[in-house]
Structure formats: C-alpha cells, structure tokens
Design a protein around this ligand. Structure first.
Ligand SMILES: NC(=O)c1ccc[n+]([C@@H]2O[C@H](COP(=O)([O-])OP(=O)(O)OC[C@H]3O[C@@H](n4cnc5c(N)ncnc54)[C@H](OP(=O)(O)O)[C@@H]3O)[C@@H](O)[C@H]2O)c1
Length: 335
C-alpha cells in the first residue's frame, strides 16, 4: 500500500446547496484499454489512497465490478457509504426509461442511492459502445427541448423518490442551458464537460459559475490514451506543450499534475483516470500541495486553442453537417 492522503486535507468545493464535496474525483472510463477488473481494482486502491469521489457511467460497462469494490470497502470498514460521493450517468438509449437505468446503476454499484446523476448526453441518440467515428444511427435526432426536459423531469422524480441526491447535466452548451434552465424545478448542481488546458471553454465555464452550477472537467489531462477512434490529426497533446513541460520542470513533477493543479485553482472539479497506483495517488496529492503561481496560471491561459477531443460525431443525425453542429458554436441551438 502506497501513500495515503487524509481525505480531510483534500480541498472542497461548495455546491449551491451548501454541501461540500472533494475538489477532485477519479474517472472510471477504461478507454477500451483496461478491463472492468483493472478499473475496479484501481477504484479499490483509490478509496484506500483517500479518494472519496468517483465518476461512473452505465455505458463504461464496469459498474458491477466497481460495485463489488464499494461493497468490500464498506464491509471492511474502510469507508461508510455516506463518506463517498458517487456519480453516474444515464446513457442515451435510456432517456425514456431513466428510473430503470438508475435502479440498475444503483444495483450494480451496490450503493443504495446515487449522489449525483448526470444525463450523459443531451441527445437520445444511441450508438454501440466502441463503434467507429464514421458510424451513424439513422434514428438519431437533433436536440429537442421537450425531449430533454422529459428526461430531466424523470431525474427530478428520482430526487423526490430518494434514488438520487442531485441532478447533473453533461456535454451541454450555453444555448441549450438557456432554453432548459428556466424550465427546471430542481436546478442541476453540476455540469460535466470537457475542460483541459488546451480546451478551456471559458465562456461555458463562466456561464456555469454565474449560474451556481459546479463545472466538472472530464479528460482533464487531455486524455493522452483515449481510444484511437477519438484521435484526429489536428488534436494537440496538452501535456506535451512547451509551457506545460516548463512549468512541470519548475515544480519537479509530471505535466499531468500541473494540469490538475490548474483545474483546481481555476475552479472546476477534475476527474482524472488512471489504473496506476503511483499516478492516481499523485493526482490526489497534487491537490493538497505546491500550488501554481499567478504567473503560471496566466501562462496556461495562453494554451487555449479550441482542442476539443470528444467531438461526438457518432451522435450526428441525418442532415447534420458535421460534429460542429453538436456544439451550437454560433450561439443558437442547431436543429
Ligand atoms: N461526461 C462525458 O461525456 C465524459 C467523456 C469522457 C470522459 N469522461 C470521464 O472523465 C474521466 C477522465 O477522462 P479520460 O480518462 O478520458 O482522460 P484523462 O483523465 O485526461 O487521461 C487519462 C490518462 O492520463 C494518464 N495519466 C493519468 N494520471 C497520470 C499521471 N499522474 N502522470 C502521467 N499520466 C497520467 C493515464 O495514462 P496511462 O494509462 O498510459 O498511464 C490515463 O490513461 C473518464 O475516466 C470518465 O470518467 C466523461
């Protein structure tokens, strides 16, 4: 057993409800490279290293293995259920059956209730896990406020039933939020989006903060090992940029830790993934020591270059132009 970080010294973020949650969580998407058992073993190690927040999803195909690990940690008295902040997500093919999806995640994760339940994508457009970027589902549709709100209402009902504590949204845009936020009875506490040093989404970030919605940043390290299908020739490797290497050298650490310190100091909750004990432990420890200077934060600001890695091509509907249509880049919902 390596280093253990006391969860009490991990900084916290305050939700609009007043509840404080850890400033970092662990991702659990194995990127097609790691088996469910490898990912769940990492979750077991991470709990013992001091992680208290986990970002799961039904479509990652490993919730039952992670559930075994949670249950073992409870039985062994390593943590109690209330000490963990468990996040998971409803997948696109279950938007009309959210309660069923949520009950399945709760059963698989063996966690009694979910702390934060995200709508993974704002479209009901299904694609098979691991499919090629060029594959399209002819049933795919553009975003619809009515359909999305129907899914959201089902999440609101889950809060009332005590199955979930909070609702989250993911992969949203400002125009979609503008259309939907006024219709929500229970405000989302968080929005999970792609945020990393070469894709800072400052406008979306500011919008979320202004609306008291906590930004959660996926692919905080620029997902250097993402699946082949998500790699495009124009993508930039965040951690290999000279600025990140230079700041890492000054702090005598890997650029990954600089990316996480930036995320925390800017205010989003990063959810880095790793199955390697040394990496996931140092990712957590980085939150507790040696912050970046104001000057370093300014330098990192200049790395922004629109480096969106999850473009979402597979969710495109017949008649859509290309992946840019998913992100409402002109400030209106693309239909
Ligand atoms: N809501 C959504 O739509 C959505 C989309 C994508 C991801 N996510 C969530 O976000 C999480 C994180 O995204 P991600 O896993 O794609 O990417 P990531 O966290 O940016 O990158 C993960 C990779 O970085 C490397 N790494 C981790 N810690 C390191 C360290 N200390 N030093 C050096 N390298 C390190 C590891 O590579 P090696 O294995 O080679 O060491 C690991 O595979 C996912 O697991 C998932 O939970 C959500």
């Amino acid at each position: 057993m390596g280093i253990v970080i006391d969860p009490a010294i991990v900084p916290k973020k305050k939700l609009y409800t007043g509840e404080e949650i850890p400033c970092v969580g662990m991702g659990t998407f194995g990127s097609d490279r790691f088996t469910p058992d490898q990912v769940s073993n990492a979750v077991a190690g991470a709990i013992r290293a001091g992680y208290r927040m986990f970002d799961c999803a039904a479509c990652y195909g490993n919730e039952d293995q992670i559930g075994e690990v949670f249950q073992a940690a409870f039985k062994e008295g390593v943590v109690e259920r209330k000490d963990l902040f468990i996040m998971t997500k409803v997948w696109n093919d279950m938007h009309r059956r959210v309660e069923e999806a949520c009950r399945k995640s709760i059963a698989d994760l063996q966690c009694d209730y979910v702390d934060l339940y995200f709508i993974h994508w704002p479209f009901p457009n299904y694609h098979a896990p691991g499919c090629d970027v060029d594959s399209r589902n002819p049933d795919s549709k553009p975003f619809s406020v009515d359909e999305f709100m129907d899914t959201y209402r089902q999440c609101e009902a889950l809060v009332e039933k005590g199955l979930i504590r909070y609702i989250g949204i993911s992969n949203m845009t400002i125009p979609k939020l503008e259309a939907c936020l006024p219709l929500m009875k229970i405000k989302p506490v968080a929005c999970e989006s792609e945020f990393h040093v070469c894709f800072q989404q400052q406008e979306l970030f500011d919008y979320l903060v202004a609306h008291d919605i906590q930004p959660v940043g996926f692919m905080p390290l620029g997902s250097p090992q993402r699946p082949e299908r998500d790699m495009m020739p124009e993508d930039v490797a965040d951690l290999q940029t000279p600025i990140m290497k230079e700041i890492a050298a000054a702090h005598n650490c890997h650029p990954a830790l600089i990316a996480l310190k930036w995320a925390q100091q800017r205010g989003q909750i990063p959810i880095p993934f790793s199955v390697h004990e040394m990496e996931y432990t140092s990712n957590l420890k980085a939150m507790t020591e040696d912050p970046l200077t104001a000057e370093e934060l300014e330098k990192i600001k200049t790395l922004e270059c629109g480096n969106r890695l999850v473009k979402g091509q597979v969710f495109l509907w017949p008649g859509a132009n290309d992946w840019h249509d998913l992100w409402d880049e002109d400030g209106v919902i693309v239909k």
